[in-house]
Design a protein around this ligand. Sequence first.
Ligand code: TYM
Length: 336
Amino acid sequence: MGDREKKVIFSGVQPSGKMTLGNYLGALKSWTKLQDDYECYYSMVNMHAITVPQDPEVLRRQTTELLAQFLACGIDPDKNTIFVQSHVHEHAELNWVLCTMTYMGELNRMTQYKDKSRKSEANLNAGLFTYPVLMAADILLYQADLVPVGDDQKQHMELARDLANRFNARFSDTFVVPEGYYPKETARVMSLQEPEKKMSKSDSNEKAFILLAESAETTAKKIKSAVTDSVGIVKYSDEQPGIKNLINIYSAMTDKSVEEIVSMYEGKGYGAFKGEMAEAVVETLRPIREKYNYLLENPDYLESIYAKGAEKAQIRAAQTLEKVYNQIGFIPKKNK
Ligand code: TYM
């Protein structure tokens, strides 16, 4: 553990649809910022995605599309290990070990499980329930120090930390205890239609979210029809959640501070604010979308990235799993 040159990062996104601006500002933007200073493992977590029903053909396609989105957002495949979760079987194996150390009560408390199970009562499967344990396995396998995610993952991060501490206490120091890394203003990007709700790709109202791959016209339209309020002043206040969310997005997409943006629109109405904001967001997304479309034309290149990624990821994952099996009393396999 102590002999590593750089600290380690692990994070993942489910290939269950196209990436939203929430995924970008909550997670991917941090990934690009941190990639020079950390040894990073970034994964398309397809094993998580099947906790809700998926069409196999669509899941396959979305997995490589997600990889193209990672790269288009600026994740450098030469600096980072980018891989498909199911290609590294150690995830499933560590998941099992950790399941035996997780209490039902801990999983029962998970708010994301409660939300999801309410939405899909017909598919209340055990995988959905134990999902946070698999997430802990993802993180602990790589001995990650830091996990850049949005704040909807905070409770899952706590479980990962508890499991690391529990294992270390019960056996011996095996896992690094990971920390969550949350962006300051965009750890929770809100819906454009109901600003008290998180922006989510599964929202039935498409105007609620922005997709990185959608057209510039669609993005601009969605911003212009975002729900605001009747105050009419561009102010950063909890009483104006719609405007606050737009200011946060505007700030993160342009790297202008919140104060700068508020002062830019002093004495101006929401029309001017939304118009210029839409333009700024569209211009920041344009090169990402163009690179994404270009990469989709190069499936062999994408395949070479995830092939190399799985090989590198597995080396570290296997080291950790071997230690774990040793600790818990599994005898090593002997080759005759
Ligand atoms: P997922 O696929 O739902 O989302 C990927 C990342 O995007 C962040 N995010 C948001 N951030 C800010 N505002 C939003 N509206 C918003 N919506 C999504 C999420 O917080 C996440 O960082 N369980 C994870 C995937 C996962 C994982 C892991 C992450 C599996 N194993 C290990 C980190 C480490 C999830 O469902 O993310």
